[in-house]
Design a protein around this ligand. Structure first.
Ligand SMILES: Nc1ncnc2c1ncn2[C@@H]1O[C@H](COP(=O)(O)OP(=O)(O)O)[C@@H](O)[C@H]1O
Ligand SMILES: [Mg+2]
Length: 376
């Protein structure tokens, strides 16, 4: 049988860029009301006042990051007096790191890595704002990561009460949260809540028709005609719905396309889609694991190993295993387990018995977890 060999520089992708995770799509429908509310909130900032604060809340893949990026793009095109700053809290999740990013955006370079105090960075930011007579709008994306590090109050306090230490500075915030269980009003202390008072903007999950429309637009832009048949497209939509995350769908199309390319085929088959799904469905696991610190990875790895060995999954037993491999106190260990629970990597539950035991179970296949963390 003669194979339909592609020249090796021939691609199925018209524009691979549109399948990248940080691509901001030109066409962005179904989020008009959220965008309008956000625009209303930041409007005072365009006239030199303090923007109103907002909380954007919704499950992963509901367009929160994209909405804020679109809005920020528009602000940057229309004024220099309101400076939007986007912070990815998965990466920058301490007060110092966040203020360093703000400083970088305003001055064009990072503060010196060592020997600079938080106060010095803040002083410099305030001077720059005063000189430019500029107002700041800070988006804290995936801000639930600040909760795991207990930094939420410190960060919001410094941003929102900055006018006390630096009269004349005006800063508004947009807090983005993908964890529906987080109740921010309970996490934030009284000194912060008296100045925070955010409007909550909800991003509901996309329905089947919306997923279809968004993905088909992406395919039209990014792939050559005929590569993804209607039947295969329906399969992609089905898998996307199953995962509940639009990012999985976009990643799935990209991987299925690469897979077909690899076979030197001009069309994606169901085998390509299934193989791709084996990766794409772990998108959450892989990005969560990447954001963990080494110590946290080690704890998660030990939980996975214990589970593979069918050992007892109570917190005390796992702590023993962890402690055998590295010096760590129980309090720190338990903090890490709570973070892994909040990140939906493990499930932490109490079991009544003699005393209350804490039982840990994994939300992913332990072998997959070890594969993503590495053997260590
Ligand atoms: N309404 C939409 N139209 C087109 N693409 C969208 C839309 N909503 C989300 N996307 C795409 O889906 C992916 C996830 O969106 P994102 O804004 O990152 O969601 P969230 O921040 O809520 O997790 C991104 O690749 C984005 O381009
Ligand atoms: Mg996001």
């Amino acid at each position: 049988m003669k194979k339909n060999l592609l020249m090796w520089d021939e691609s199925l992708f018209r524009d691979p860029e549109v399948f990248e995770i940080d691509h901001v799509p030109e066409q962005f429908n179904h989020r008009e009301s959220q965008m309008r509310e956000l625009a209303f909130q930041v409007q005072p900032g365009l006239r030199g006042g303090r923007p109103l604060n907002s909380v954007c809340r919704g499950l992963p893949g509901t367009g929160k990051t994209t909405s804020v990026r679109k809005l920020f793009g528009e602000i940057e095109e229309s004024t220099r007096k309101l400076v939007p700053i986007y912070i990815n809290c998965q990466i920058d999740n301490t007060k110092f790191a966040i203020f360093s990013q703000i400083y970088r955006k305003l001055s064009g370079h990072l503060p010196p890595a060592s020997g600079t105090s938080f106060k010095q960075v803040f002083d410099a930011i305030a001077r720059l704002l005063q000189k430019e007579a500029a107002v700041l709008l800070v988006a804290l994306d995936d801000a639930n990561y600040l909760l795991y590090e207990n930094e939420m109050n410190r960060v919001l306090y410094s941003l929102l009460r900055s006018y006390e230490a630096y009269p004349g500075t005006r800063i508004g915030v947009i807090v983005i949260i993908s964890d529906m269980d987080v109740d921010l009003s309970r996490e934030v202390d009284a000194r912060v809540s008296s100045v925070f008072r955010p409007l909550e903007i909800y991003f509901p999950p996309y329905g089947e028709d919306e997923i279809k429309e968004i993905l088909s637009e992406r395919v039209k832009q990014g792939m050559f005609p005929g590569v993804l048949s209607e039947e295969m497209f329906d399969l992609v939509v089905e898998q996307t719905q199953k995962s509940g995350d639009l990012r999985v769908g976009i990643d799935l199309i990209k991987r299925a396309g690469l897979h077909a390319e690899h076979r030197a085929s001009r069309a994606i088959t169901s085998d390509d889609v299934c193989k791709a799904y084996d990766f794409s469905k772990y998108l959450h696991l892989s990005s969560s694991v990447r954001s963990l610190k080494n110590e946290e990875k080690a704890v998660l790895r030990d939980i996975a190993r214990q589970s593979l060995a069918e050992g007892d999954m109570n917190a005390g037993e796992i702590y023993k295993a962890v402690k055998a491999g590295m010096p760590i106190g129980y309090t720190r260990f338990y903090e890490i387990v709570k973070k892994l629970d909040a990140m939906r990597l493990v499930d932490l539950q109490y079991r009544e018995g003699k005393g209350r035991t804490r039982v840990i179970s994994l939300r992913y296949d332990p072998e997959k977890i070890i594969e993503y963390i590495g053997e260590g």
